[in-house]
Design a protein around this ligand. Structure first.
Ligand code: IPD
Length: 272
């Protein structure tokens, strides 16, 4: 069942990616804003979401759907889909390559992600995972730990990805946290799409990713891809990972990264 859901998600995400790429090439590009002047949505976010829902519903008419751009339909099958039709919309707006279509199938009874796909059209890469079966980049099985190309990271040699939300006050706190981490790790990366950054952990391209204040659609597929590859996922205190707080890391550094976050000065302790 999980593998069938993964294959359907992969086929759907690739088709949605083609639709968005072709749409952009056509020159049509209506843009509006959402939670803040910097939080944009394009007509292709909505077109991608509508396509994903209708394509999956053709194969699985009884499933539910929740999407970033407003879809919310209850189903009766016990499976619902969490959709980010374009994760990294700012990258898409600026024609930067790091945006993705993220599609995840959720067990509605337990909340577990059963299958997840993150398709990155500009890189021609599709990351896919099925719960209990593993994760893949194209035909290659992903393993965080046994990627022999690099020695195990230590916290001081870890490449850590992060992201920033749209609310200025949240960004200020996130900036302070990043300033705290920066001299204590190898370096920081900000690619601009949570779903892709989670897959970068799975592929060993970064050692960890952390962010707070995300939506469930940003992380559902990517967290499964990362954890099925052997990464450890939690919130900032070591509890279950949740959109409000996401830390996904190589097992060798997960605990130390949590310790670092814990020792970060509280907001009121920073000079203005
Ligand atoms: C955003 C991206 C970004 C992250 C933001 C998200 P969106 O999603 O994932 O990397 O830092 O917090 O909101 O708006 O492009 O779907």
């Amino acid at each position: 069942m999980e593998l069938a859901l993964m294959n359907l998600a992969a086929d759907t995400a690739r088709r949605a990616g083609d639709l968005v790429v072709d749409g952009r090439r056509s020159g049509r590009f209506r843009v509006s804003t959402k939670s803040s002047p910097t939080d944009v949505v394009t007509e292709w976010d909505s077109a991608s979401e509508n396509f994903i829902v209708s394509h999956i519903a053709k194969h699985r008419p009884d499933d539910g759907f929740v999407g970033e751009e407003g879809t919310s339909t209850a189903g009766t099958s016990g499976v619902s889909w969490l959709i980010d039709p374009i994760d990294g919309t700012t990258n898409f707006l600026y024609d930067l390559p790091g945006w993705a279509v993220s599609v995840a199938a959720i067990d509605t009874a337990t909340g577990d992600t059963l299958a997840g796909v993150v398709h990155v059209p500009a890189q021609r890469e599709t990351f896919a995972a099925a719960r209990g079966h593993g994760s893949w980049l194209g035909g290659r099985r992903l393993h965080v730990v046994s990627s022999a190309d690099r020695p195990e990271p230590t916290i001081g040699t870890a490449l850590v990805a992060t992201g920033f939300g749209y609310d200025p006050e949240r960004r200020r706190r996130q900036g302070r946290r990043t300033a705290w981490l920066l001299p204590r790790v190898r370096d920081i990366r900000r690619f601009g799409a949570a779903a892709v950054e989670l897959c970068h952990v799975a592929a060993g391209r970064v050692d960890a990713y952390l962010e707070d204040g995300l939506g469930a659609w940003d992380i559902a597929a990517g967290v499964l891809v990362a954890t099925e590859a052997g990464a450890v996922a939690s919130d900032f205190s070591g509890g279950p990972v949740r959109p409000a707080q996401v830390v996904v890391a190589h097992p060798a550094i997960h605990t130390e990264l949590l310790d670092l976050l814990h020792s970060c000065p509280r907001d009121e302790e920073w000079p203005d």
